[in-house]
Design a protein around this ligand. Structure first.
Ligand code: HEM
Length: 234
C-alpha cells in the first residue's frame, strides 16, 4: 500500500528523493505473478484446512478451527504489513529499486488477510452479532486497536493506484500513505495484547518494525545532512 510501484511514488514514501532507482536489472515478467500466487498460499491452506475440519472431521486447525483460523489470518496480515514496510529499507540497503513494485502488492495482500481476519471474527466467532462487535470495539482495547489498524488500511488500499497518485499529487499521497506505519504499530500492539502468554512472536514483530523505522530515520537524517552539505558547497 505504501508507495505504489511508480517511479514518481518512489520519490518517495518519506517525501524525499530516493537514491534507490531501478537498476539495470529487470526482474522477469513471471516473478510478480509468482510472488502473488505464493502470498495467497496461506489463505488457500487455511480455507482448505477449515473445510476439511468441518466436513471430514480432521483436526488440521486444532479443536478450535474458528479461533485458529482467526489467529492464522491475523498473523499473516501482520507479516505482510511488515514485509511491505521492510521493502524500502531493503531497496536502499541492497540497491534493488525494482522492488518498489512489490510494496503495493504486499500492502494489498496484508489488507486482504486483515479483511479475511475480520470476516472470520465477525462472521464465525461472534456470528454476525453487531451488538457484540460494537461492545468488543468499545470494551476491549486490543479489538479497538485492531479495528483502527484495519480502518487506516482502507484509504491506503483505495488510493494505491496510479490514478490516485496523480489525483492527489506526490506530496499529499506520500503523506497519506505514511498511515501505513501507524497501522503497523497498531497491528503489533493488537497482536501483543491478543496473545495471553507467549509474547515472543509479537515482540519479534515489534523489533522488526522498530528496525524498519530506525533505518528510515537514519536514512532521512543522512539525506538531510547531505542536502545541507551540498547547499553549503554551492
Ligand atoms: C477489524 C479489525 C480486527 C478485529 C475485530 C480483530 C480481532 C481479533 C481477535 C478477536 C483476535 C483473537 C484474540 C483471541 O483469541 O483472544 C485477534 C487476534 C489477532 N489479530 Fe486481529 N483483529 C482485527 C484487525 C487486525 C489487524 C489489522 C491485524 C494485523 C495487521 C490483526 C492481527 C492479529 C494477530 C496477529 C492476532 C493474534 C494471533 C495469535 O494470537 O496467534 N488483527 N484479532
Amino acid at each position: 500500500m505504501t508507495a505504489v510501484g511508480e517511479e514518481s511514488a518512489l520519490a518517495s514514501a518519506d517525501g524525499r528523493g530516493s537514491r534507490a532507482r531501478p537498476q539495470g536489472f529487470r526482474p522477469p515478467g513471471w516473478l510478480h505473478p509468482l510472488v502473488v500466487a505464493a502470498s495467497i498460499i496461506p489463505f488457500v491452506w487455511v480455507a482448505y484446512a477449515f473445510y476439511s475440519d468441518l466436513v471430514n472431521n480432521t483436526r488440521l486447525l486444532t479443536s478450535e478451527p474458528i479461533k485458529e483460523a482467526e489467529h492464522f489470518t491475523g498473523k499473516w496480515a501482520l507479516r505482510f504489513l511488515l514485509v511491505c514496510l521492510a521493502v524500502t529499507p531493503l531497496m536502499r540497503i541492497i540497491g534493488l529499486g525494482w522492488l518498489v513494485k512489490y510494496r503495493r502488492t504486499f500492502g494489498l495482500i496484508a489488507f486482504g488477510y486483515a479483511v479475511v481476519h475480520l470476516g472470520i471474527y465477525f462472521g464465525l466467532d461472534i456470528e454476525l452479532m453487531w451488538s457484540n462487535l460494537v461492545e468488543d470495539v468499545l470494551d476491549r482495547l486490543y479489538i479497538t486497536l485492531g479495528m483502527l489498524a484495519l480502518l487506516l488500511m482502507v484509504p491506503l488500499a483505495i488510493t494505491s493506484t496510479k490514478g490516485w497518485i496523480k489525483r492527489l499529487g506526490n506530496k499529499k499521497w506520500n503523506a497519506l500513505h505514511r498511515l501505513v506505519y501507524v497501522s503497523g504499530v497498531l497491528g503489533v500492539i493488537h497482536f501483543y495484547m491478543a496473545v495471553k502468554r507467549d509474547v515472543r512472536e509479537p515482540l519479534l514483530y515489534g523489533a522488526i518494525l522498530a528496525a524498519s523505522f530506525g533505518y528510515r530515520w537514519f536514512w532521512n537524517r543522512r539525506e538531510t545532512q547531505r542536502r545541507q552539505m551540498t547547499a553549503l558547497a554551492r
